[in-house]
Design a protein around this ligand. Structure first.
Ligand code: FEO
Length: 401
């Protein structure tokens, strides 16, 4: 049975949520699912904006059929070709064989790659600034390469002042009937997963996100309709400001995140001692992660948020412990910038984790490595305890406490 909601008189949400998927992109854990958003305008012509992941295709096609109420589907606009949004494009063309596809040249190439030349032949190519009238709705197209793929674009509806923003302004988590951000306590319940989505999916492309935000700033936008997560029709400045902060790699908080890789607990002990020393110096809201337990996507997200990071790792095979190595690669791959980082290393013999962590950090942009560091020889001792105190002192200087 269909399950839709009206966005405006003639624009309807026809997407759906998947609460069964364990790993988004077969990588990112989903504690509470994800939504695949799709929108249908029923004007003189009928226009679908993007499709959905095949996992929710059954309800998606019911939603379209109900909303069309016997009419044909004339057009589908493809803003993004990642298969979580184009995965049902071919099925759509089988159900509505006269449908025309509107997208840009790069996406048209990808349609050929994914589905063959038959589907590609249905494409009308648009470019930056082109407009198409469908009745009272005139849509224009804004190219936003690398937000999140090179073919990504946004579509602007001048009639309702809606920006269909593709992956931008998206978030993990299913939608629970309340498809509008103003219907939920977004900051309390959804912001963390919006940040995790942004930092992990688009975080590498801050420059391109800034370019997209500048283009969007020239449009009169009343509503933002992304491909995942909630629709924004109030307080748009809130989420735009978050995107601006994240894409400029600015920290959201003056706060400390400690991530440790510990094999038998001694490095963890050092991390716990440092956390207490920081707390004793008046630093609040310290976060701590065992990198062997917490998926790097959560730690990366918190790393974007915090001003100060402490990385503590055992030495392993003459290198950095494997799970810390993974985290480090992730931080670097996502262009993490503008952080102060302290390093704690541990080794029973030939301790080398710290040196190698600092080499990776030094290859990243605008990462300040604190001069104070701690070296454990197997376990925390008098000398390393003093070093941990020194790290706490140096970090605390940056806090008004
Ligand atoms: Fe939700 Fe880049 O696709």
């Amino acid at each position: 049975m269909y399950c839709t909601r009206k966005i405006t008189d003639d624009t309807t949400y026809v997407g759906a949520s998947d609460r069964r998927l364990a790993l988004f992109e077969n990588t990112f854990p989903l504690g509470d699912g994800v939504s695949y958003n799709s929108y249908l305008i029923t004007d003189e012509k009928t226009v679908l904006l993007d499709t959905v992941d095949p996992a929710v295709s059954h309800i998606f096609f019911e939603n379209i059929e109900h909303t069309l109420a016997g009419r044909a589907l004339d057009y589908v606009i493809v803003n993004h070709m990642e298969p979580d949004h184009c995965g049902t494009l071919y099925d759509l063309s089988l159900r509505y064989p006269d449908i025309k596809i509107i997208t840009n040249a790069k996406a048209a190439t990808m349609i050929g790659q994914f589905f063959g030349d038959g589907l590609k032949s249905k494409v009308t190519v648009v470019k930056e600034g082109d407009t198409v009238e469908f009745g009272k709705h005139t849509l224009s197209f804004v190219m936003t390469p690398m937000v999140h793929w090179p073919e990504s674009m946004m579509t602007y509806d001048a009639y309702d002042k809606i920006l269909y923003s593709a992956d931008a302004f998206g978030a993990f988590r299913a939608l629970n009937g309340n498809i509008f951000a103003d219907e939920v306590n977004y900051e309390r319940d959804y912001l963390d997963e919006a940040r995790r989505y942004y930092t992990n999916i688009v975080g590498k492309y801050g420059v391109q996100v800034q370019a997209a935000l500048k283009k969007a700033a020239s449009l009169d936008i009343k509503t933002i309709c992304p491909l995942h997560g909630h629709i924004w029709r109030e307080n748009l400045g809130y989420i735009i400001d978050k995107y601006n902060t994240w894409s400029l790699y600015k920290s959201e908080e003056n706060s400390v995140m400690i991530a440790y890789a510990s094999i038998y607990g001694h490095t963890e002990n050092a991390a716990n001692i440092l956390a207490v020393k920081l707390a004793e110096r008046g630093i609040n809201n310290i976060t701590m992660y065992d990198v062997s337990k917490t998926h790097p996507s959560y730690i990366l997200s918190d790393a974007f948020k915090c001003s100060h990071i402490v990385l503590a790792s055992s030495t392993y095979n003459a290198g950095v412990f494997t799970t810390m190595e993974t985290l480090l690669a992730d931080l670097k791959a996502h262009n993490l910038q503008n952080k102060k980082v302290a390093v704690i290393e541990n080794g029973t013999w030939a301790c080398s984790a710290g040196k190698q962590i600092k080499e990776v950090l030094a290859s990243m942009k605008n990462i300040e490595i604190l001069e104070t560091e701690a070296k454990l020889v197997s376990a925390v001792s008098g000398e390393s305890l003093t070093q941990i105190e020194s790290i706490a002192d140096e970090i605390a200087k940056d806090f008004e406490v």
